[in-house]
Design a binder for this molecule. Structure first.
Ligand code: ADP
Length: 189
């Protein structure tokens, strides 16, 4: 079955950076729904066309579309020996759909990357400048944080109730500092 890890945390907490690095370190695929969706938008697929405006507004792409995309990805050979999920699940319905695919309680661990709201907004505004993502303007950022609190934060309660430990990690500091904290909490489990 291999290692099965999910990264939770608000937009701007640094999930993408840390998840990519950890996935490489432990040799499992980094599966990021944000990356996959942006690729669909860039490629102009049917899914991309449907997702584009939703993402630009900071709303969530409908569960059935995202679940189908992840289901397909998890069926590929490289995911047979573990995976690291980033940006998915993002709703309780997605978590339940995932459990139906991989088996309830078979996720090994959830890493919850945390940072306070001011720091999140600061980082997302900076990313708007650096990367030019069209969902990184202030209104959309506020909306994404609101959507996170409402839709995604309940997963922090869901996983322990389903036998999956949630390990909080402070996302403040350098990339190396945060990575070292993640490695340390994983080593204890
Ligand atoms: P961030 O971590 O900064 O929020 P992501 O790259 O994870 O950014 O996601 C960007 C956008 O893609 C989200 O705001 C949302 O519109 C869409 N998206 C990504 N993952 C999901 C998901 N699991 N369910 C629904 N929408 C998603």
């Amino acid at each position: 079955m291999g290692r099965r890890i999910v990264f939770l945390g608000p937009p701007g907490a640094g999930k993408g950076t840390q998840a990519e690095r950890l996935a490489r370190a432990i040799g499992v695929p980094h599966i990021s729904t944000g990356v996959m969706l942006r690729q669909n938008v860039a490629d102009g697929t049917d899914l991309g066309l449907e997702a584009q405006a939703i993402m630009a507004a900071g709303e969530l792409v409908p569960d059935d579309l995202v679940v189908a995309m992840v289901d397909e990805r998890l069926g590929q050979d490289d995911a047979a020996c573990g995976f690291l999920l980033d940006g998915f699940p993002r709703t309780l319905a997605q978590a339940e759909a995932l459990d139906a695919v991989i088996g309830e309680g078979t996720m090994e661990i959830a890493v919850l990357l945390e940072a306070d709201e001011d720091e999140l907004v600061r980082r997302l505004m900076q990313r708007a400048v650096d990367e030019g993502r069209d969902d990184d303007n202030e209104d959309t950022i506020r909306n994404r944080l609101r959507v996170y609190r409402q839709e995604t934060e309940p997963l922090v309660g869901y996983y322990p109730e389903h036998g999956v430990p949630v390990l909080p990690v402070d996302g403040l500091g350098t990339i190396d500092d945060v990575f070292a904290r993640i490695v340390a909490v994983l080593a204890e489990h």
